[in-house]
Design a protein around this ligand. Structure first.
Ligand code: TYM
Length: 370
């Protein structure tokens, strides 16, 4: 089946094995996972379950770490609206990495990108979503002293001199080939990847020495870093390493959770009633009738409701497996599975929304200042 993955659009049923080959990224092997575990003591469930699936240069990053050359983390968000559960996947994992490696995190809010790529969004709106989204980041518990949130349009004085150094090495023909830009694409969009490259070497600039960088992100963002990796060594910096997650699904069949389909995505700001309605209306891997379900069992592999448990709402592997078996054996009906999920999602959001509110008072501590 055809699929298409770009940093701005994910269409169709993604074949990750094929995509990894196409992008030229390496699978996260058991051996590499053991190498991570040697430092972290345990493996995050997203690593155990293959939610993080591939990487670039992770062995090199660990070699450096083992030599005493600590790395910093870099990730981000394009603030075009409220945060949905899919965005939380790389961030929750990044938080775990920050705790395990006591690493600094540079978090980029690309309000400039969302203004440039989205015809309907004003810069003011994108900027105000940057602040909204920052509350979600802070609510996840990142350490204030170790975390710096860069809002692009407000940090231009720092970003711009570095972005133009990248831009000078980047041709239109490269970005056209990588991102599919046309002659009608606005020039801001053509320039943009130079801006997303900057946090990957900004700490090296600020500290006056080369520091390895690890970027956890959804695999859709890889093209930006593939391009950046070719350019940064020419400027005298390390190539950033990266680790990539697969997509949290939409509540519809076979899609990525996406803000452009709001009825099939759950946002961190959703009310309990809205969550209930969205999940009740979700597609499932169930049969047409209860009788059939009892006799033939359901199909968790194609079921977004099951995947919600897999990605975020059942972190105990044995319990997840029990749920899978109960579904396949017809012991668990979709209605029951949805009802339990609604409870778990709402409990998670209640807690998250509380922390989001508290975050309003501490946002200043996190903003990057120069
Ligand atoms: P954005 O806002 O599209 O997405 C933010 C992060 O969430 C990931 N993501 C998902 N992961 C799992 N399931 C999903 N359904 C899902 N949807 C999105 C994205 O891959 C991303 O990691 N240009 C970027 C902002 C950015 C950035 C970065 C991201 C700037 N610098 C460095 C990652 C790393 C953007 O628009 O992300």
């Amino acid at each position: 089946m055809a699929f298409r993955v770009t940093p701005w659009e994910v269409e169709g049923d993604v074949d990750y094995q094929k995509l990894m080959k196409e992008f030229g990224v390496k699978p996260l092997t058991k051996k590499l996972l053991q190498r991570i575990k040697a430092h972290t003591g345990e493996l995050h469930y997203m690593l155990r379950r293959g939610i993080f699936i591939s990487h670039r240069d992770l062995n090199w990053l660990l070699d450096e770490y083992e030599k005493g050359n600590k790395f910093f983390l870099y990730t981000g968000r394009g603030p075009s609206g409220h945060t949905h559960l899919g965005h939380l996947i790389p961030w929750i994992f990044t938080k775990w990495l920050q705790d395990k490696f006591k690493a600094e995190l540079y978090f980029q809010m690309t309000d400039d990108e969302k203004f440039l790529f989205n015809q309907k969004l004003s810069l003011k709106q994108a900027n105000s979503f940057a602040y909204e989204n920052a509350l979600d980041v802070i609510a996840l518990g990142f350490k204030p002293g170790l975390t710096k949130i860069i809002i692009d349009s407000e940090c231009a004085g720092v970003l711009y001199p570095l972005a133009i150094k990248v831009a000078k090495r980047l041709t239109f023909s490269v970005v056209k080939a990588v991102f599919g830009f046309k002659n009608s694409t606005n020039v801001g969009s053509i320039f943009f990847t130079s801006v997303q490259a900057v946090p990957a070497f900004l700490p090296s600039v600020l500290k006056g020495k080369n520091i390895p960088c690890l970027i956890p992100h959804g695999i859709d963002q890889d093209p930006h870093f593939r391009v950046s990796r070719d350019i940064l060594p020419k400027l005298g910096y390390y190539k950033p390493a990266s680790i990539h997650n697969i997509f949290f699904p939409s509540l519809k069949q076979g899609n990525k959770m996406s803000a452009s389909l709001p009825d099939t995505a759950i946002f961190t700001t959703d009310t309990p009633e809205l969550v209930k309605r969205k999940i009740w209306n979700a597609f499932t891997g169930g049969r047409e009738s209860i009788e059939q379900q009892r006799r033939l069992g359901g199909n968790p592999e194609i079921c977004p409701v099951f995947k919600y448990y897999f990605f975020l709402f059942e972190r105990d592997d044995a319990k997840l497996e029990e749920r899978r078996q109960a579904c396949m054996q017809g012991k668990l009906l979709c209605g029951e599975c949805k009802q339990e999920l609604i409870k778990r999602v709402n409990a998670f959001l209640e807690e998250h929304q509380k922390k989001r509110k508290q975050a309003k008072g501490s946002i200043k501590k996190y903003l990057f200042k120069r």
